[in-house]
Design a protein around this ligand. Structure first.
Ligand SMILES: CC(C)(COP(=O)(O)OP(=O)(O)OC[C@H]1O[C@@H](n2cnc3c(N)ncnc32)[C@H](O)[C@@H]1OP(=O)(O)O)[C@@H](O)C(=O)NCCC(=O)NCCS
Length: 222
């Protein structure tokens, strides 16, 4: 990790935004090492269908090594935004969008998950757009990934960002899109300002009312 990377990692690790999306109040921040319980709990709320669409195989639980890989990111080559919603007096995970930098260092593989009760409410679009803006700051120029052809929800989200799809050798679909045109198009989007500030490492609340449930602040980043 060079000096720029280390500075960038500590900057983005501190970003935190609150925003309204239709009828939902959401908090978006980078994933943290202490999110294991949050992610384990969210996995139990994913339907079998959602698990299959995300992992391409029936999944009954997350192993400790998987939880470590999902939460202990370096914010440079491996990064994820989490979207949190208030359920009563505690925060629950609504969705995660992550990238892992590929050997071609300007490209990254992307995956998106929204927990079933929160699907179809715009969080997938929001998180992917937030990930695009963070990735641009991290020097990435292209996102790619793999989806199942039957996954119409992710296809709708990817169509919105102008992704190209092609059939893979395994019968799934590979997608890819350039980040710069999407980041430009996002400037006209109503939540652009919040997502842009977030991608620059800021803490921003829009609206400014206090977050209605408890927040545990990070004391460090892993
Ligand atoms: C795919 C996924 C991330 C999308 O997140 P989301 O929050 O539900 O997505 P959004 O609400 O932002 O948008 C979903 C879009 O799909 C559309 N959609 C949903 N189900 C659909 C269906 N069965 N047929 C056609 N369109 C569908 C919605 O109408 C919406 O369209 P829009 O672009 O016109 O708004 C989420 O459904 C999910 O986590 N699925 C399980 C895991 C997964 O498939 N991950 C992707 C593989 S990496």
């Amino acid at each position: 990790m060079n000096a720029f990377d280390a500075t960038w990692a500590s900057t983005i690790a501190g970003s935190d935004a609150q925003l309204e999306l239709h009828d939902l109040r959401l908090r978006i921040r980078p994933v943290r090492a202490d999110d294991k319980a949050l992610i384990r709990e969210a996995f139990t709320r994913l339907s079998e269908r959602s698990r299959y669409l995300r992992f391409f195989t029936p999944m009954h639980g997350l192993t400790e090594p998987m939880l470590t890989a999902l939460t202990e990111v370096d914010y440079i080559d491996r990064f994820a935004w989490v979207a949190l919603a208030c359920e009563g007096d505690h925060e629950a995970l609504a969705g995660v969008a992550r990238y892992v930098r590929l050997e071609e260092p300007r490209s990254a593989e992307v995956a998106l998950t929204v927990v079933d009760p929160y699907q179809g409410r715009g969080i997938g679009h929001l998180l992917l757009n937030a990930l695009v803006l963070a990735a641009v700051q991290a020097g990435l120029t292209r996102f790619e990934g793999e989806i199942l052809g039957e996954n119409l929800a992710i296809r709708a989200v990817l169509a919105d960002v102008g992704a190209e799809l092609r059939l893979s050798e395994r019968g799934s679909l590979r997608f890819a899109f350039d980040l710069a045109p999407r980041a430009d198009a996002l400037r006209a989007h109503p939540v652009y300002d919040v997502l842009h500030q977030l991608a620059l490492g800021a803490s921003v609340a829009s609206p400014a009312e206090p977050w209605p449930c408890g927040v545990s602040r990070p004391t460090h980043f892993a």
